[in-house]
Design a protein around this ligand. Structure first.
Ligand SMILES: [Zn+2]
Ligand SMILES: [Zn+2]
Length: 341
């Protein structure tokens, strides 16, 4: 099979290689990949801003069909349409593991970072991380289960906006539009912020039913939000752009005693005025990856239609064209790009 690998540490070092098809050992499941999404973190892996354990096949936003199972596998069978949780193994003993916060275990090994992932024809994972897809959730929609689970973790497990409150999402990329939908499903009134370069993503937000959109280059963010919420301040502000100017706006927007959820990755240090954080007693919450509990919620939100992931997919390309696809993923004109083997 062909597989996109990070072959060594350092900038770049991504190579499409021919690997033997993997086979499942005891307790493992072999999945034939249908589609795998390019994540912002894959771009950070390409730029060496996000550490992985090369040589490794990258790709962690994936869905496919089970084609074989190893000895001892009980609940998964060939033919099932599935996705895979990305936390493959943790130490199981540290206080974070014991508290269910396996995303934070120092020994966490994850799909597409330490364990060969989904930018390939096949991948092999332990039975325990496999989740069957609900009927009506397509492979393309399901390839976005992972980013949706990250947003479920951040928005519902960490921040949890109260129904009827205002939530602001800064950055209308795939993560921002998933967070926005999760916050809306929780009953929040959502305002989405972006820049003039986000015109295409704003159009996508409109198709997803969001009416409160603010271009912060044409309108002051604070005034723009007030206008759309009849003067109500947001209770929750979500930074999903991973840009210094966006965080700066979020700090200005967060109300006294409010919460700022940081889900975007910057890939580099940024300069902001943190006195604002102190003076307003803003709770700054980092949100990293996902917990096992977020995944069934993500699948359920998709199955119920409360979150739509398929409209976020703006292009599909063969794995062989990964280089151009990664370049395109850096452009704000695109939503989620899927690679197919
Ligand atoms: Zn991802
Ligand atoms: Zn642990």
């Amino acid at each position: 099979m062909q597989a996109l690998m990070k072959v060594a540490p350092g900038r770049g070092n991504l190579v499409l290689r021919e690997l033997p098809d993997p086979s499942p050992q005891a307790g493992e499941v072999l999945v034939q990949v249908a589609a795998t999404g390019i994540c912002g973190s894959d771009l950070h892996i390409q730029d060496d801003e996000y550490k992985v354990d090369p040589p490794v096949v990258i790709g962690h936003e994936t869905a496919g069909v089970v084609v074989a199972v190893g000895p001892g596998v009980q609940d998964v069978r060939p033919g099932q349409r599935v996705t895979a949780r990305t936390t493959i193994s943790t130490c199981g003993r540290c206080p974070l593991c014991r508290a269910g916060r396996t995303n934070l275990c120092p020994q966490r090994r994850w799909l597409g970072g330490h364990v060969n992932g989904g930018f390939a024809g096949y991948f092999v994972v332990p039975e325990g991380v496999i989740l069957p897809l609900p009927e009506g959730v397509s492979f393309e929609a399901a390839a976005l289960t992972e980013p949706l689970a990250c947003c479920v973790h951040g928005v519902l497990e960490l921040a949890l906006p109260a129904s009827g409150t205002v939530a602001v999402v800064s950055g209308p990329g795939p993560i921002g539009l998933l967070c926005a939908q999760v916050a809306r499903a929780a009953g929040a009134e959502v305002v989405i912020l972006g820049t003039s370069a986000d015109a295409g993503r704003f159009a996508l937000a409109q198709r997803l039913g969001f009416r409160h959109l603010v271009d912060v280059q044409r309108e002051d963010a604070v005034v723009g939000v007030e206008r759309r919420t009849r003067g109500r301040a947001p209770d929750l502000v979500i930074e999903a752009a991973g840009a210094g100017a966006s965080l700066d706006g979020c700090l200005r927007l967060a109300p006294r005693g409010g919460t700022l959820l940081q889900i975007g990755l910057y890939g580099k240090p940024v300069t902001v005025d943190l006195d604002t954080l102190v003076l307003k007693e803003i709770r700054l919450l980092g949100s990293f990856s996902s917990t096992p509990t977020a995944w069934p919620i993500a699948l359920d939100l998709m199955a119920r239609g409360a979150v739509q992931t398929e409209p976020l997919v703006t292009s599909r390309r063969p794995l062989a064209e990964w280089a151009g696809a990664f370049e395109a993923a850096r452009s704000k004109a695109e939503g989620k790009i899927l690679l197919t083997p």
